[in-house]
Ligand binder design. Structure first.
Ligand SMILES: N[C@@H](CCC(=O)N[C@@H](CS)C(=O)NCC(=O)O)C(=O)O
Length: 206
């Protein structure tokens, strides 16, 4: 399969999940402004929504929406333990967090990255982001991960969107429990591999 990505965007979550699951895949960088891929494909033709992430599956189908892709990847390699067993309460808890991260964090960040967003609305969007991070931080008190005792795709998605704080003058270190989760994430070799693959971390020079 092939992941269409833009460095550090929400597609990083899918990249990390694929690395964690140990699924072989290709990556294709997308110029999100020009809507063209590294190999010259018209990105509108790949995804009429014009956004990453996109997974092109081996049968040629494409699948979009970060929360759906994360669950798809987790289900391809259940032994990687990225998603609790379907139908359990923890399974719905992970879905609850995926939806929260998608709507209350990811999509509240979106207008902050758009030049045309008016100043008044920037204030509202930023407040929404701050409120959502504070809530996540409260939930994480005394916990290692968002759901139960297990690392899941929800933690991967949270880590990815919390990386965007630095572009919006939001210091995520102000939330100690979130900060600890981020430190645990950064210590995972597969997270580092995925970040290196997107050029977000430079490989160590010999
Ligand atoms: N609903 C989509 C949204 C994806 C999305 O917002 N992608 C951003 C990067 S994080 C993007 O590609 N933006 C390009 C644009 O808005 O032109 C999802 O959840 O996957």
């Amino acid at each position: 399969m092939k992941l269409y990505y833009s460095p550090g965007a929400c597609s990083l979550a899918v990249n990390i999940a694929l690395h964690e699951a140990g699924i072989p895949f290709d990556i294709e960088r997308v110029d999100n402004k020009a809507k063209v891929t590294k190999s010259g494909e018209d990105f509108w033709g790949v995804n009429p929504k014009g956004v990453v992430p996109v997974l092109k599956l081996d049968n040629g189908e494409t699948l979009t929406e970060a929360a759906a892709l994360l669950q798809y990847v987790a289900a391809r390699k259940p032994e990687a333990g990225l998603m609790p067993k379907a139908g359990t309460m923890d399974y719905y808890r992970v879905q609850e967090w995926l939806n929260f991260i998608a709507t209350e964090l990811h999509k509240q960040f979106t207008p902050l990255f758009k030049e045309a967003t008016p100043g008044d609305y920037r204030i509202i969007a930023k407040e929404n982001v701050l409120k959502a991070f504070a809530l996540v931080d409260q939930h994480l008190a005394g916990r290692q991960w968002l759901v139960g005792d297990s690392y899941s795709v929800a933690d991967i998605y949270l880590f990815t969107v919390s990386n965007w704080g630095r572009f919006q003058d939001i210091d995520v270190a102000q939330w100690p429990n979130l900060n600890d989760l981020r430190t645990r994430m950064r210590a995972r070799p597969k997270v580092e591999e995925a970040m290196k693959a997107e050029g977000l971390i430079k490989p160590a020079t010999a």
